[in-house]
Design a protein around this ligand. Structure first.
Ligand code: MIG
Length: 774
């Protein structure tokens, strides 16, 4: 993609004008525009031709006019620079070469600058563009989508091109399934800004030039369209980023339970046996998955009736045990010109599949053999695709996994040795007639468009209910329509360890509802690895176990009662924490805050906490310290500022210090509650909504001033618009008070209050508002 030619650069600024919130500057043809969308979000665009492209229907961002115009001021400085700013950001266009400096108006601090030799450039013979700016030595860069490696993304080149990486999630892996060109930058004082590149073409953030301290953003086509986001706290940046690309809607409560999945369960009978075993063994669970083995010759929207004779009966019987059924759907539709398969016949007749630039149907290999691929960028195709799900939804299938939607395809039958992954040719036409484009522009948003279709179908079928959908691929904004998982990991200790920074990174990028396959997908998990994976997986936002066909069994019971007990206990802890977890999700849906957070999210000014990726915060008030290596029975845990309580023993320790924590295999991981928090617990359940929250247990963890606060969000667990209640708990001077707002009335229940060093107190009936004096 790099231009062989000397890149062209804008000349000197010829003229500029401000219209409302937007500043245009002309550089003798090429142009830069700056729009203040909100006081803390500036959209900075560069077009070599001077003409800015209209918004695409598949854009992850809303039109500028959707944002209320903030107060805007502008000035021209003595050296010929032009400024436009609001209360959160000032953007300065330097007089030469389209260079930009962004400042914090309150302190004058430079957030980003192009330096003396940076700025935008383009390939005069092609469509590639670059923007070069300073990468100061004290800046750390977090986010950048789905990545391997530790939290700080400095020193690496990050390409955005959705890729089915079915083997090897290694230190050197670049592209994975999802592309989210957004970073959160933080300096050594913990002050942040963010940048989102709003461009769906293949793009690159190159952070390798540590010596020259230069950061290069490059894209294959389109415009350099950047959203610069003010901090100073990580929460400010992530909140603003998700105000642009969207937030995870609150999932149905059952989706926070344990999901049990495996590719390789071959028959209805086997699925029933697994479900029965989950229940018999007391493994809490809320969902069971059907993978492609349930399909007739791997064709989407069919059933293999020999192996799955009665899908409706299966789904009904699972539902009766509190288990939702989730079915996998691929994007490839089997090429069956001889007829007998409606999705192909109909899609072909109506011209819904991709054709190459010569007009020939684009056919590549996926599981069913040769397949055609729907053009999800077209609204009519999305509508049709959604309706293909009608029968499955009527059968009772509750939710779907959108798999292989990078899109993933090969040049030869998948089982043939040497079959290679391929992409559609970049010039493959896409999109509706009034927005025709090519694959090069929309490859990265193909999955988002599919997810819109699937989600719409689920909602149409069960109006008023919150849908659950799981997607492997995605682009910025993915979180609006689907939860996601990190694809085909493998059962290695290194990948258990990788899962944490990977999920923390996704969380910073707005993908709050994400998980890695518990146990590892490929390869074989031994007993200790499996147990440690369940212990950590119970803290993933999405707690889903999965395993590949042909690999050794990985159910919690395969290594006997001792290991199974560890897995059960880990999941029981998750279920006991559900009132808290659901409250964290509700908060995430309103603010965009990650569910699972790196320590830097709250302790970025602490050098010892900033780059930690072997511990994580679940919400604000819980911190988990997993065991990521075999044979370890203790581990060092860093406690940030404040007081922390070991959840297992109640023992308190003060922060900005490391402790050596016990971490026996047969027990619970070291998990800490933040001093100053009141955490709501529920009873263990076989499934999330097995019964009402009774008793509600409030564990009070006083801070150094002997005070604490907490929140509990409640609703019916599934409705979109139903009543809800938020109860705030406060502990001060030995008194605990509760104050409830909202119109949801929880079922009658008892409340237990646990304060360290005191006898437990019980309220037989929770009146909503109450006070317990010492
Ligand atoms: O090429 O449907 O990531 O979760 O079980 C393998 C079979 C296709 C890849 C998914 C995995 C799923 C598997 N799929």
């Amino acid at each position: 993609m790099a231009a062989e030619q000397t890149p062209a650069r804008p000349g000197t600024m010829r003229e500029h004008r401000r219209i409302g919130r937007t500043l245009f500057a002309d550089y003798g043809g090429p142009a830069v525009s700056v729009t203040l969308l909100t006081p803390g979000i500036a959209r900075i665009r560069f077009a070599p031709s001077g003409a800015f492209a209209p918004r695409r229907s598949w854009s992850p961002v809303p039109p500028d006019d959707d944002f209320d115009e903030p107060p805007v001021s502008g000035t021209t400085t003595a050296d010929g620079a032009v400024e436009i700013g609001s209360t959160g950001l000032t953007v300065r266009l330097e007089p030469a070469a389209g260079r930009v400096t962004v400042l914090d108006p309150a302190t004058g601090r430079v957030l980003l600058s192009d330096g003396p030799d940076g700025g935008p450039a383009w390939d005069p013979d092609g469509s590639a563009l670059t923007w070069t700016r300073r990468m100061p030595a004290d800046q750390h860069y977090f986010g950048l989508g789905e990545r391997t490696g530790p939290l700080d993304k400095r020193g690496r080149r990050h390409t955005f091109w959705n890729t089915d990486r079915f083997s090897g999630h290694c230190p050197g892996t670049d592209e994975l399934y999802k592309s989210i060109p957004f970073y959160l930058a933080m300096d050594e004082a913990g002050r942040c800004h963010g940048l989102y590149l709003n461009n769906t073409y293949r793009s690159v953030f190159d952070l390798t030039d540590e010596r020259g301290e230069r950061l290069v953003i490059a894209c294959d086509g389109g415009e350099l369209d950047q959203y610069v986001i003010a901090g100073p706290h990580p929460g400010d940046v992530v909140g603003r980023y998700t105000s642009v690309t969207g937030r995870m809607p609150l999932p149905p409560r059952w989706a926070l339970g344990y999901h049990h999945s495996r590719w390789g369960y071959e028959t209805e009978k086997q699925i029933r046996e697994v479900a029965a075993r989950l229940r018999a063994d007391g493994i809490p669970a809320d969902a069971v998955y059907l993978d492609i083995e349930a399909l007739d010759e791997y064709r989407n929207f069919t059933w293999d009736r020999k192996r799955f004779p009665d899908p409706a009966g299966l789904v009904r019987d699972l539902a009766a045990q509190g288990l939702q059924t989730v079915l996998l759907v691929d994007v490839g539709i089997k090429y069956q010109p001889e007829g007998g398969y409606r999705p192909f016949t109909e899609g072909a007749e109506r011209g819904y599949f991709l054709s190459d630039s010569g007009g020939r149907l684009l056919l590549r290999y996926v599981w069913p053999g040769l397949c055609a691929f729907p053009d999800f960028l077209r609204p009519d195709v999305r509508d049709w695709w959604g309706h293909l799900h009608d029968e499955l939804l009527a059968t009772g299938i509750h939710s779907f996994v959108n798999d292989m939607n990078e899109p993933s395809m090969r040049d030869r039958p998948i089982y043939e040795p040497g079959a290679r992954p391929v992409d559609p040719p970049p010039d493959t036409p896409h999109g509706p007639p009034d927005e025709r484009t090519t694959h090069a522009e929309v490859h990265n948003v193909y999955a988002n468009a599919e997810n819109v279709a699937t989600r719409g179908a689920i909602i149409r079928h069960r109006p008023g209910e919150r849908p659950f959908l799981l997607s492997r691929a995605g682009f910025a904004g993915l979180q609006r329509d689907a939860a996601t998982w990190t694809g085909d990991n493998a059962s290695y200790w290194e990948e258990l360890e990788l899962s944490l920074p990977q999920l923390l990174t996704l969380g910073l990028c707005g993908a709050a509802f994400a998980g890695a396959d518990i146990g590892g997908f490929y390869a074989d998990a031994g007993p200790e690895l499996l147990a440690r994976w369940y212990q950590l997986g119970a803290f993933y936002p999405l707690a889903r176990a999965h395993n590949a066909k042909g690999c050794s069994d990985q159910e919690p019971w395969v290594w006997g009662e001792r290991i199974e007990a560890v897995c059960r206990r880990a999941l029981e802890l998750r279920y006991r924490l559900l009132p808290y977890l659901y409250t964290v999700f509700a908060d995430a849906s309103r603010t965009g805050a990650p569910v699972l957070r790196p320590l830097l999210y709250h302790y970025g000014d602490d050098e010892s906490a900033r780059l930690r990726d072997d511990q994580a915060l679940l919400g604000r008030d819980l911190m988990v310290a997993p065991v990521l290596r075999p044979g370890r029975r203790t581990r060092e845990v860093y406690l940030p500022e404040g007081r922390w309580y070991d959840l297992r023993t109640g023992a308190a320790a003060d922060g900005r210090a490391s402790v050596l924590a016990d971490a026996p295999l047969e027990g619970e991981l070291p998990v800490y509650a933040r001093g100053g928090a009141v955490i709501p617990f529920g009873p263990v359940r076989r499934w999330v909504d097995e019964g009402p929250l009774d008793p509600l247990t409030l564990r009070v963890f006083p801070d150094a001033d002997n005070a604490a606060e907490g929140v509990l969000y409640e609703d019916d667990g599934v409705g979109v618009t139903g009543p809800s209640a938020t109860t705030r708990y406060a502990y001060r001077g030995g008194t605990v008070t509760a104050r409830r707002d909202g119109d949801f009335a929880p079922a009658r229940r008892a409340v237990r209050v646990e304060v360290p060093g005191r006898p437990e107190r019980v309220l037989d009936e929770d009146p909503g508002d109450w006070e317990l004096s010492p």
